[in-house]
Design a protein around this ligand. Structure first.
Ligand code: FE2
Length: 322
C-alpha cells in the first residue's frame, strides 16, 4: 500500500517539502539522543539532566572543529555515528524507504552502508571550509542546535546544498516547538532555483590553493544569486516544527536553513540524503524541461492540487507571499 496520498505528492511538487508526522520509532529516537549525549566530554557545562544548562554558545574551552564531532557556537553536530546500525536503522527503515521510493521510483535507492565511512571522515572540503556531505556512506549525523538566550531575532537567509543528492530528510528526534530551530524552508523555491543551475544535481567548484586563497569552493550562477535574493524578499519561510518522530522530506533544490533556536529546549534532529543509484550518470545533466524527469511516474503524473486544510497541516499558513 502506498504511504503517500495524491495530496501529499501534489503538495510536495508544488512546495518542495513535505512534513510527515510520527514516522520515526520513538524508542530509537531516544537511543539516538543517548548516543549524542554519550559523545559529550564529561566535564562539559551542558548536562542532559539539567535543562537550565541547555543553552549556547559553547564556551571557548569546549569548542571542537573536528569534522566528525563539531561543537561551535550554537551548533553541536555528531557525524562519527553516521554509519552505525542504530542511526541507519532509524532513517533507512522499510516505511521511509517505501515513501522515498514512491517519490523517486521503486528499486532506485542507494542504501547506506553500516560500518562504512561517516561524513566528515576526510575532514573539510578545503582548509577552513565546510564538510562535503556527499563524502560518506551513512546518514549526515545527529544535529543539535542549542537555544539562544536572547530573543533578538536575526534575519533568516536560505541556501541550497552544493553536493549532489536527490531527496533530503530532516528527522526530529525530540519535540521542537515553533521558533525552535527545527528546519526552515522557502516553499516553491525549488521550482524557481532549479532552472538557474548549470547542472541538475552538481555544481562547479573552484579548487583551493593556499597561495591563491581568494576564490574557493562552489560557484553560483548570477541567475541563481538573483533568484535567491528575490525569493528571500517575496516568500515567507515555513518553520517545520513538530514532535519526536516527525520528518521533513525536501527537494534537492529547495532553499532552506537550519533555523535559529529561540526556544528553551535543544533542537534535536538527524539528517539524511536519499540518493538514486543512477545519480552519478545524471548529476551533470543540465536542468531539464521536465524537472521531474528523475522522479517516479506517479510524481510526474500528479497534478498540483491540495486543500487549505492540508496546507495548514504542513505549517503553511498563507499563500507564502512575504
Ligand atoms: Fe543546507
Amino acid at each position: 500500500m502506498n504511504e503517500l496520498s495524491i495530496e501529499h505528492i501534489a503538495f510536495f511538487k508544488e512546495n518542495g517539502y513535505l512534513i510527515l508526522r510520527g514516522i520515526l520509532d520513538e524508542g530509537m529516537c531516544e537511543k539516538a539522543c543517548d548516543r549524542m549525549w554519550s559523545s559529550l566530554p564529561a566535564d562539559s557545562t551542558l548536562k542532559r539532566n539539567e535543562p537550565t544548562s541547555h543553552k549556547g554558545p559553547f564556551p571557548k574551552s569546549e569548542v571542537s572543529d573536528e569534522s566528525l564531532h563539531i561543537r561551535q557556537g550554537y551548533i553541536w553536530q555528531l557525524r562519527e555515528c553516521g554509519t552505525e546500525q542504530l542511526l541507519i536503522d532509524l532513517v533507512y527503515n522499510d516505511r521511509l524507504c517505501a515513501i522515498a521510493e514512491q517519490l523517486l521510483g521503486k528499486g532506485t535507492l542507494t542504501p547506506p552502508i553500516v560500518g562504512g565511512e561517516p561524513m566528515g571522515n576526510q575532514g573539510p572540503a578545503w582548509p577552513g571550509g565546510p564538510t562535503d556531505p556527499a563524502i560518506g556512506s551513512g546518514i549526515r549525523g545527529i544535529y543539535f542546535t542549542l537555544p539562544r538566550e536572547t530573543q533578538e531575532r536575526m534575519p533568516d537567509y536560505g541556501h541550497t546544498d552544493g553536493h549532489p543528492f536527490n531527496l533530503g530528510l530532516v528527522g526530529l528526534i525530540g519535540d521542537v516547538p515553533p521558533d525552535g530551530g527545527a528546519f526552515k524552508v522557502w516553499p516553491r523555491s525549488h521550482k524557481r532555483l532549479y532552472p538557474t543551475f548549470q547542472m541538475q544535481y552538481d555544481q562547479p567548484r573552484i579548487p583551493y590553493y593556499e597561495h591563491l586563497p581568494s576564490h574557493k569552493g562552489i560557484i553560483h550562477s548570477p541567475e541563481y544569486t538573483r533568484e535567491l535574493e528575490k525569493i528571500m524578499a517575496d516568500t515567507l519561510p515555513v518553520d517545520c516544527w513538530g514532535k519526536t518522530g516527525d520528518v521533513v522530506l525536501w527537494h534537492h533544490r529547495l532553499a532552506h536553513m537550519a533555523g535559529h533556536n529561540f526556544s528553551r529546549s535543544i533542537r534535536q534532529a538527524v539528517l539524511y540524503d536519499f540518493t538514486r543509484k543512477d545519480l552519478d550518470k545524471i548529476r551533470l545533466d543540465p536542468p531539464q524541461e521536465n524537472m521531474w524527469r528523475d522522479w517516479s511516474l506517479e510524481v510526474q503524473q500528479t497534478v498540483c492540487d491540495y486543500s487549505q486544510a492540508f496546507a495548514l497541516s504542513q505549517n503553511l499558513k498563507s499563500d507564502g507571499q512575504a
